[in-house]
Design a protein around this ligand. Structure first.
Ligand SMILES: [Zn+2]
Length: 683
């Protein structure tokens, strides 16, 4: 296999129109995160990119249903999903969004390049138009009877029952989703990507992918065999990236044209954020990059046919080395359904359980080659029987024994018997074996192999009978515990990609103060825990989950599934509204900064003298990490003028400076768009 200098990993961009559920995690996010965490500990150059897909008809339909603007919807779910992923330990290097300026510019430039080199075919055709709503009905704006399987609720872009990809005009008995009206046909012009022009090149590229998963190969083969058609890349919609041509005003790029470009624009934003704005090019345009797209099976055609064709048509970009798409995860034997609210939502799960047991179960039961089933009972069995009884038991008995008989210190190692040697050899080989499996994205096997190390160590512990040798041969007993403790260190590293939270805790119990990510994967089996090391206090890393907890989850699920409708309240942005009178109580005024200085021994604070009208006041502001004093002098800012005085670090503060801060921690003070008189009221 080719050796690469760097790895670029992407996970499918989730639509910012709803929260994340287990099906998403098992498909595109957890496997990618495990893969990336492993590559980081191999000390390889790797970047992990994702973000919100904020365009497309699902967003505008959600907005219309909730009587909100599309922007409100995507703002709300972007931050909500970003936070949920974080809490679950999904370690993106960058989580972008396709409504960003960078993304709009990048996709428009991409389109322009293809347009100027004559790649597109322009066609004027009749399409479905809703006269009552006064708009065309692309994609999911129309539903009707599938011409393939006769399913009567197929959408204009796809039939979810038989999986056929459709055009809106293919549907029999079409109905507008907006008004329920039967649409009429009306002429409109669109730009098409003639995929057939790239068929030969795609076939050649695909034929080299001997390492792809069979489920992916099967789908791509059947697409190529059927022959590739022209695919429209523009839409008559108002929400999206405007087509960068004057003659196409009122049209936007098709969401499946701009969304994959989102991987590129998010990489650009990541590179800019780390202060190396050109670095994105290395990842996207240098042949030594290994590009891997993690997705669910419903996105295979876009990542294995359409996006590669776009990249070929543009030229200068690397093509994916692998697209390890997963099959679907079912729930208690039934298909997950967001419209019926039949799902386990990540945020909801995290309210009652820790992330690691779910990461474990979804990894060991990943839908890698066929659909898998999530059941609460099996979740409990896997947690109690494997995490708690095998891994947790090894950790617990080793630490308890060491505390009791060896003063909680790593005992020295003396002569080795064959069982000791066998255990050490097993540790030496584990990183290579488990690592190879992760590198091949065989996450199920890799996860089982980690537990097998703990299982072998439990057997070793039993066979060596330290509770007996502590009395008859304390040196031998010390050797046994020494090797068990080395196993715990090895396991901490080997389980990090799958169980990052527990791995870090175990690592700290073993007396390390750094984060576990500083360790090298290849050193995991090398017995580097020093004899004499004082250990921390043992704690239960994997608690047992009670029957009662599982029963209440099953009841909760049945109730939600039977409700038949989405609980709209749960979906709606929760903005705490106040009457205008409340707002009027806050006196916001324009002020000018007269002087600014750092506050000694408070590295976050600046002491400002500001002029509000004729009055001068002193304000202490926590912005010293973002602004130096000279940046501020002379600037017009906005202050809360009627705030009760406060004493901060012994300095009186009379008012508050307004500043905005985003999730990444970037901060900007609020300034005026044009100069005004000091003291002017802000409302
Ligand atoms: Zn169908």
């Amino acid at each position: 296999m080719k050796t690469y200098k760097r790895i670029l990993v992407t996970s499918a961009l989730p639509y910012a129109n709803g929260p994340i559920h287990l099906g998403h995690l098992a498909g595109a996010y957890l496997p990618a995160d495990i893969f990336v965490r492993y590559q980081r500990m191999k000390k390889r150059e790797v970047v992990y990119i994702c973000g919100s897909d904020e365009h497309g008809v699902p967003i505008t339909i959600a907005a219309e249903k909730q009587k909100k603007s599309p922007q409100d919807i995507v703002d709300y779910f972007h931050f909500r999903n970003k936070t949920a992923f974080q809490r679950f330990g999904i370690s993106f290097d960058y989580y972008g969004r396709t409504s960003s300026t960078m993304h709009h510019e990048t996709s428009r430039a991409f389109f322009r390049q293809l347009e100027s080199t004559g790649v597109f075919r322009k066609k004027t055709e009749k399409q479905l138009f809703d006269q009552k709503a006064g708009m065309f009905l692309p994609d999911r704006y129309v539903c009707g009877v599938c011409p393939v399987c006769q399913n009567d609720s197929a959408y204009g872009d796809q039939c979810e029952k038989c999986g056929s990809s459709l055009s809106a005009t293919d549907l029999q008995h079409p109905k507008s989703v907006l008004t329920g009206e039967t649409p009429v046909l009306r002429e409109t012009t669109h730009w098409y990507l003639p995929l057939g022009d790239w068929q030969e090149k795609l076939q050649k590229w695909f034929d080299e992918k001997k390492h792809w998963k069979t489920n992916v190969v099967g789908q791509v083969k059947s697409w190529l065999q059927a022959g590739l058609n022209d695919r429209a890349v523009t839409r008559d919609l108002s929400w999206g990236v405007p087509v960068p041509l004057e003659e196409a005003s009122g049209k936007v790029l098709y969401v499946w044209f701009d969304a994959p470009i989102g991987y590129i624009s998010a990489t650009k934003e990541w590179a800019a954020e780390i202060g190396k704005p050109d670095l994105w090019q290395k990842y996207w345009q240098d042949a030594d990059t290994r590009l891997i797209h993690f997705i669910g099976k419903d996105n295979i055609v876009f990542h294995c046919i359409m996006f590669p064709a776009m990249l070929m048509a543009h030229g200068g970009y690397v093509l994916p080395d692998n697209v390890p798409a997963n099959e679907f995860l079912n729930l208690e034997g039934e298909k997950l359904s967001t419209s019926r609210n039949y799902a386990v939502w990540l945020e909801d799960y995290l309210q009652r359980f820790a992330p690691d047991p779910l990461r474990y179960y979804l990894a060991v039961n990943a839908p890698e080659t066929k659909d898998a089933d999530f059941t609460w009972k099996e979740y409990q069995q896997r947690n109690n029987g494997e995490l708690a009884d095998i891994l947790g038991n090894l950790i617990n008995r080793t630490l308890t024994f060491t505390a009791k008989y060896f003063n909680n210190q790593v005992p020295p190692r003396s002569d080795l018997d064959p069982m000791d040697q066998e255990m050490i050899q097993l540790l030496n080989q584990a990183p290579g074996q488990i690592g190879d499996l992760i590198d091949k994205v065989e996450i199920r096997k890799a996860t089982a192999a980690v537990i097998d190390v703990a299982r072998a160590a439990n057997k070793y512990f039993n066979d060596q009978e330290p509770w007996r040798t502590i009395r008859s041969d304390s040196k031998k007993c010390g050797t046994t515990l020494h090797i068990c403790l080395q196993t715990l260190r090895a396991l901490a590293i080997l389980m990090e990609p799958i169980l990052p939270f527990s791995a870090q805790k175990l690592y700290q119990i073993l007396g390390y103060t750094d984060t576990i990510q500083t360790e090298k994967w290849d050193d995991a089996g090398d017995c580097l825990l020093p004899a004499g090391r004082k250990l921390g206090r043992a704690e239960i890393l994997f608690r047992k989950i009670e029957d009662q907890e599982i029963e209440s989850e099953i009841t909760r699920l049945k109730r939600a599934g039977n409700a038949q409708t989405i609980d709209q309240k749960a979906e709606e942005p929760k903005i705490n509204q106040i009457p205008i009178e409340e707002f009027a109580k806050i006196e916001l005024r324009v002020a000018q900064v007269v002087s600014a200085e750092k506050v000694e021994q408070a590295d976050k604070l600046l002491k400002l003298l500001v002029k509000v009208g004729d009055q001068e006041r002193q304000i202490v502001a926590g912005i010293a990490r973002h602004y130096s004093p000279q940046d501020l002098v002379g600037k017009q800012v906005v202050v809360v003028a009627n705030l009760q005085p406060a004493t901060i670090r012994g300095i009186e503060s009379n008012g508050m400076l307004l500043a905005a801060q985003d999730e990444s921690g970037k901060l900007s003070i609020v300034t005026l768009e044009q100069p005004l008189e000091n003291g002017a009221r802000v409302r």
